[in-house]
Design a binder for this molecule. Structure first.
Ligand code: S3P
Length: 178
């Protein structure tokens, strides 16, 4: 039996489907699902929007790094990271440890159609801001172990693509060791 990674960490921009795909993928792999943003909210007893408003982005990034460390100790997990987590060096390094990282690549049009302008995502500004933020972060998302097209298809279809990519990589690693 080829070895499976202990964790699958989903990275990518807001609205790329990390949480929806993550839930399906976890079921498919028999892993548990962890949503970093929800964990941060539970621990802080506040919403992400409140944390940004009351303490600012820096404080949120600290909570995010701490949460990355907490999930990096949990085996058998599919982790949905927040859209900015992988763009912060220290958090990225923590998330990479013992995990396969998967970039949910998604075009801006799709992202804009999925992200509600309800204030729940403090960094979801207008189209130009989103485009600039995406361009700034893409080089980091690109460093993920594998990339999957998340612009088209249901969460279930995207999850199946990821399973194929993970199995392909695991097979390659196992046969290279022989
Ligand atoms: C953020 C994305 C959000 C959340 C926070 C900051 C970002 O997560 O972590 O609002 O910097 O892009 P999602 O990618 O789950 O929306």
């Amino acid at each position: 039996m080829p070895e499976r990674p202990s964790r699958v960490v989903l990275v990518g921009f807001m609205g790329s489907g990390k949480s929806a795909v993550g839930r399906v993928l976890a079921r498919r792999l028999g892993y548990r699902f962890e949503d970093m943003d929800r964990r941060i909210e539970e621990r802080a007893g506040r919403t992400i929007a409140e944390i940004f408003r009351e303490e600012g982005e820096e404080a949120f990034r600290t909570l995010e790094r701490e949460e990355a460390l907490a999930v990096s100790r949990l085996p058998g997990r599919v982790v949905a990271s927040g859209g900015g987590a992988f763009a912060v060096a220290e958090t990225r390094t923590i998330l990479q440890q013992g995990a396969i990282t998967v970039w949910l690549r998604c075009d801006l049009e799709r992202i804009l159609s999925r992200v509600p302008a309800d204030g729940s995502r403090p960094l979801a500004g207008n189209r130009d801001i989103m485009r600039a933020l995406l361009a700034q972060r893409e080089p980091w998302y690109r460093t993920a172990d594998v990339a999957v097209d998340a612009s088209a298809g249901s969460p279930r279809e995207v999850a199946e693509r990821i399973v194929g990519l993970i199995e392909g990589r695991t097979r390659k690693r196992t046969s290279a060791r022989r």
